[in-house]
Ligand binder design. Structure first.
Ligand SMILES: [Zn+2]
Length: 153
């Protein structure tokens, strides 16, 4: 017998960083991975940037695999290698809005969005204003950034 599933934040966030390595390359958008984990430590969904659609963001790709109003999301945590976006050009709803609408109460990120494609990302502020807990694990920021090194110069 093993000791059961590993459910620490760092474990799941490292999984999100691994997923970000699956993103089709882009010179104009970040590569991001996301994992949604339920209260019992079970993976509800996973996604990554540009998965299946050139405009998909990681959080959106993961949420899109679950039914609207999935009650498990009310107790879930979404792990994203990058702070969820608070503004975007490609779709009407930002990832922060999608997470709030899904009722996910907790977000864990490795890395805050740098002022590269948008200035002063508001994703964290929007989530916190809506009562969502946002946790940053800076020990995984280097790994999350490394996947995007070609964008950062
Ligand atoms: Zn987004």
């Amino acid at each position: 017998m093993t000791s059961g599933p590993v459910t620490t934040d760092a474990f799941w966030l490292a999984r999100a960083v691994e997923l970000s390595k699956l993103c089709p390359p882009s010179e104009t958008a970040f590569s991001v991975g996301a994992v949604i984990v339920g209260t019992d430590g079970e993976v509800l969904s996973e996604g990554y940037s540009r998965e299946a659609d050139a405009h998909n963001h990681a959080e959106e790709a993961a949420l899109g695999k679950l039914p609207d109003g999935d009650p498990r999301l009310r107790g879930a945590t979404i792990y994203s290698s990058l702070e969820p976006c608070g503004q975007r050009a490609s779709r009407p709803r930002t990832c922060a809005q999608l997470i709030i609408a899904a009722g996910i109460p907790r977000v864990v990120v490795a890395w805050r969005e740098p002022d590269l494609f948008v200035s002063a990302c508001q994703g964290t502020a929007l989530l916190e204003e809506a009562g969502v807990e946002v946790v940053e694990l800076p020990e995984l920021a280097t790994a999350a950034r490394a996947v995007n090194a070609h964008l950062l110069g």
